[in-house]
Write a protein that binds this ligand. Structure first.
Ligand SMILES: *Cc1c(COP(=O)(O)O)cnc(C)c1O
Length: 350
């Protein structure tokens, strides 16, 4: 979901951006009006996150998943043994491990696979090999619906966080991370691009084989304009950030997000009909996952939900059940409508 006021504005100024008589997708990425959009987007991101000055903000192609390759290409050479540590907490974490494998010695530091990814594993700081090039975590697990509430202590080893499904949904201390990345399409804008935040001392250590467009140092040097980026994606992200600022910023949207998630989790907790996938202390505020007693009831639930205007609730194939994604653009009323539907469905089918 994207905020409706953003989409209305995109529509209104699509044929004639800023009185230029051309669309934002027609002007050159080197035109000063577009450079102003890139600069405006990064500075607004900095403002909204309180990002320390020693971090760069980049826009890169290929969405979230391309970063599963870009991260090892840029960082794994930091350790002579090319060792990196990954925490496996769900589908995207597992894919990140798979995609990093060609570039070095990829170790699974901890995994919750054995318990069906129902939790975030506890990390013993002493278990972190200080020779590793980085530690990778997925801060919010989109498919199973879990999240890290506190981030692991990794000493001098940089922590890398995939924040694709929760960026700007809660206040996060970015100084805890060496690198944060997020595909735009869940909380920031259209699909196909990603935003990367990197501590500047980590730039310039990429493996020699790293393609130019995946090399964070080149992208940083070129102000994210090394080649023609998806100008439309950056422009929409800029509008989404302006919208977020109007909502009161990250702390304000976090309060709404807490309320939204609680509205749905409260129904699960008060019921013996619905069963949450994730242990309560590890629950995501962006992706609420739960099961119904059987497949037949699940089918009925999803069909009725569709009729009630509640869409995209089918769980990911590995998990089954229901997944309600309640990203920043979802208003509280959306979560309330789902909660009301769940209660009524349980009353009539439970
Ligand atoms: C959606 C998602 C991705 C994949 O993003 P793409 O842009 O489709 O490559 C990666 N990580 C997480 C946590 C996600 O939720």
């Amino acid at each position: 979901m994207l905020p409706e006021p953003v989409m209305v504005r995109v529509k209104e100024e699509f044929l004639n951006y800023g009185g230029l008589g051309a669309s934002v997708i027609e002007i050159s990425h080197r035109a000063k009006d577009f450079v102003a959009i890139v600069d405006g987007t990064t500075s607004l991101f900095r403002e909204l996150t309180g990002l320390p000055a020693d971090y760069s903000v980049l826009f890169v192609a290929g969405g979230g998943r391309m970063q599963f390759s870009a991260v090892p290409l840029n960082l794994i050479g930091r350790s002579p043994s090319r060792k990196a540590l990954y925490v496996e907490t769900g589908v995207f974490a597992a894919n990140a491990i798979k995609d990093a494998a060609p570039y070095g010695d990829i170790k699974v530091l901890a995994s919750s696979r054995d318990t069906g990814f129902d939790r975030i594993p506890t990390i013993d700081p002493a278990a972190i090999d200080q020779d590793a090039s980085y530690v990778h975590i997925t801060t919010n697990n989109t498919v199973y619906g879990s999240r890290w509430n506190t981030f692991p202590e990794t000493g001098a080893v940089p922590l890398v966080g995939d924040q694709t499904s929760e960026i700007l949904s809660r206040v996060i201390d970015f100084s805890r991370f060496g690198v944060v990345y997020a595909g735009l399409q869940k909380n920031l804008g259209p699909s196909g691009s990603a935003l990367v935040v990197i501590r500047k001392d980590l730039l310039g250590q990429a493996l020699p084989v790293t393609p130019l467009l995946l090399n964070y140092a080149s992208v940083d040097k070129g102000n994210s304009l090394v080649n023609t980026p998806s100008t439309f994606n950056i422009y929409v992200t800029w509008l989404v950030l302006q919208w977020l600022k109007e909502q009161g910023g990250v702390a304000a949207i976090e309060a709404v997000n807490e309320k939204k998630a609680k509205t749905v989790y409260d129904v699960i907790d008060a019921s013996s009909f619905y069963k949450g996938v994730v242990q309560p202390e590890h629950r995501s505020r962006m992706n609420v996952t739960f099961h119904l007693p059987n497949e037949e009831l699940l089918g009925l639930f999803l069909k009725g939900a569709g009729k009630a205007g509640l869409s995209s609730l089918k769980g990911y194939r590995d998990v089954g059940g229901v997944r309600a994604s309640i990203y920043n653009a979802m208003p509280l009323e959306g979560a309330q409508a789902l909660a009301a539907y769940m209660k009524e469905f349980e009353r009539t089918n439970g």
